[in-house]
Design a protein around this ligand. Sequence first.
Ligand code: PGA
Length: 253
Amino acid sequence: MRKKFVAGNWKMNPTSAHDVVRLATEVIVGLKDEGRVTAALCPPFPYLGLLDTLLKQHKSQVLLGGQNCYIEKDGAFTGEVSPAMLLDTGCKYVILGHSERRHKMGESDAFINQKVGAALAAGLEVILCIGETLAEREGNQTEAVLDRQVTQGLADVKELSKLVIAYEPVWAIGTGKNATPQQAQDAHAFIRRRVGQLYGDPAAQALIIQYGGSVKPDNAATLLGQPDVDGALVGGAALKADQFLPIVRAGIL
Ligand code: PGA
């Protein structure tokens, strides 16, 4: 049985340390001693250290993740953050290939693949985001897109024990329009089958595949109830503890 994994992707929010501490504290207190679901928070870079301190103060089981990283260890790369820096700031995870980075920052599968390799080599666990646009879905390209993003995103990755995949249909992110549980299940089953062809069945069966895209308290239970949906990557609803906590609890088996 795969343990459910719910992560909050805070994106470029909240906008003050005060609000970060308040939100994180509510989540930490709300999940005190909750070991049945893996939960993680992914704040903006400037607040990682603050959150790491807070999590340690509370002896919290909630884990920390970054939202991006660069492909190099160190050097003259103004504005970038290395995987080792994320680790050193207490991160266990890094989100890579998020659709906002693919579509707003123009990141390619090849570049994302370099990041995946660098993050894994440094010892981070990777949440690799994949997902089709509305035009691709309507053009019956969903499986081809997922296939390309998995194959190219994971090129040269030898094994998957430090990898999570987040299926996030682009048309469902931040739109309030979630995939139906059946659409999510179909995509997740396809991804798991494809991973099985590439890495073998045991690796595919052990792989955590999160769903992301307008996950809310009222749709979390049915989405997370699908056999191949192993958790959620939550954006907007992760910014309010009274929405994020019930989503995490929907993952209790
Ligand atoms: P959303 O974002 O929950 O606001 O749709 C999800 C994500 O981008 O990871």
